[in-house]
Design a protein around this ligand. Structure first.
Ligand SMILES: O=C(O)CCC(=O)C(=O)O
Length: 406
């Protein structure tokens, strides 16, 4: 009997110890979990003992399949490397509040009578001074070329990963390369987009065989048309600035035509990240083709204004270097692209400017635009110097203009 009682007591003590241990370990697990899930930035309550951003960026980069690769793998949460800082997560609040409408300019008639041309020049100048952005219609690019270009970007991104991986590179010397986030390792948060970058240079045309076969013909056709439009816009801008029509062209503003084919995959939590962070463009002029999804916004009078897609139109914006040489008359304005649940979205940006590799002539404010009333604002700089500065800063709204002010 005594032996039985002793055994029973011993049994009770063991049960209490096990229970106590279980309770304590559950408590400590809960504590650990709470410590982690109390972070408002975490999109998922998964226990992550240590977050090593550089390692995660590297792991993402090593996949060579970009953001689309993540989406294809079935993720339902935005990984932490893409999550914007808390103070930048309020973009829904400052979007679409305004009644502003980006200027739309009809280019039909530029070759006609002087009066019509002058009216178009005046509108372009006013839009470039006040908005830095405008839409053009009747611009001469055939609708079929624009549609085929959009389809070409889809075809490139939606082909087999192994083909894209061969082009994946961060080497800026390569004239054709695929990558995700040129500033991946320096930005505060990665952008929800991938890009194919193609550098068409004058007078060294790209060997067409270097272009991905799925968008080869369409790229050649599109680049021909868009650089012609670039020439026309530089003529109209030159006239608007009171210069000879061929002034900006002679400054070799269309020597380099860099095409960026952007692909914005569908995003499961668009409110936590962004498609393209706010930035200004580094070159002279950008001509952008976008599909019908939307998401591009421009900062105007401190408000983000939608650049809603209009069928057949192209978006034009002034880059930093044109602001510099126009001595601040033309404005390079911040813009961004929201991530979205609809889509995917694609766009094609054509950045026009001087060549980086061969341009040894420094550029600075045009002499005719400097006067006692409008004194020189910037020092002379090399295109390469400016673009290197842009790459070292990355996106995120740190315009290089201040850096080059006198
Ligand atoms: O995709 C867009 O609509 C804009 C892209 C952009 O801002 C850029 O390429 O600089």
């Amino acid at each position: 009997m005594q032996g039985h009682v002793f055994f029973y007591d011993f049994y009770i003590i063991i049960i209490i110890i096990i229970d106590l241990y279980g309770h304590l370990s559950k408590k400590s697990q809960e504590k650990e979990k709470m410590a982690i899930s109390s972070d408002p930035l975490l999109s998922s309550p998964i226990v992550e003992p240590v977050y090593n951003r550089v390692e995660e960026l590297k792991a993402f980069d090593d996949t060579k399949t970009g953001v689309k690769g993540l989406v294809d793998s079935g993720i339902l949460k935005v990984p932490k490397i893409f999550i914007r800082p808390p103070n930048e997560l309020d973009y829904k609040l400052d979007s679409n509040l305004s009644q502003f409408q980006i200027p739309i300019i009809y280019l039909k008639g530029i070759e006609g009578d002087k009066k019509t041309r002058q009216e178009i020049v005046d509108r372009i100048l006013s839009a470039s001074e006040n908005w830095g952005f405008f839409l053009v219609v009747n611009h001469g690019l055939p609708t079929s070329v624009m549609e085929e270009m959009i389809q070409g970007v889809f075809r490139f991104n939606e082909q087999n990963d192994e083909v894209k991986k061969e082009l994946y590179s961060r080497d800026r010397k390569k004239r054709v390369r695929f990558f995700s986030n040129f500033d991946l390792y320096t930005s505060k948060a990665a952008n929800w987009r991938d890009a194919l970058y193609i550098s068409m240079l004058t007078p060294d045309p790209l060997d067409p065989d270097e272009l991905p076969i799925v968008c080869r013909q369409t790229t050649i056709a599109y680049a021909n048309h868009v650089t012609k439009l670039g020439d026309t816009l530089f003529e109209l801008l030159s006239e608007g600035l009171g210069l000879e029509a061929n002034f900006l062209k002679q400054e070799k503003c269309t020597e380099s035509c860099n095409l960026a084919y952007h692909y914005y995959p569908v995003c499961p939590e668009p409110e936590l990240t962004i498609g393209t962070a706010r930035h200004t463009d580094a070159g002279f002029l950008t001509i952008l083709l976008q599909d019908s999804i939307g998401g591009l916004q421009v900062l105007h009078q401190d408000q983000w204004v939608d650049v809603s897609p209009i069928a057949g139109s192209l978006v034009v914006n002034i880059g930093d270097l044109l602001q510099i040489i126009s001595n601040d008359k033309l404005k390079s304005v911040e813009h961004r692209v929201l991530a979205n649940r609809n889509g995917p979205r694609v766009s094609v940006a054509c950045f026009l400017g001087q060549r980086l590799d061969k341009s040894t002539k420094p550029c600075g404010p045009i002499k005719d635009l400097i006067s006692d009333e409008t004194p020189r604002i910037y020092r002379d700089i090399l295109m390469k110097e400016y673009v290197d500065h842009f790459y070292s800063q990355g996106l995120d709204g740190k315009s290089g203009l201040d850096y080059f002010k006198l």
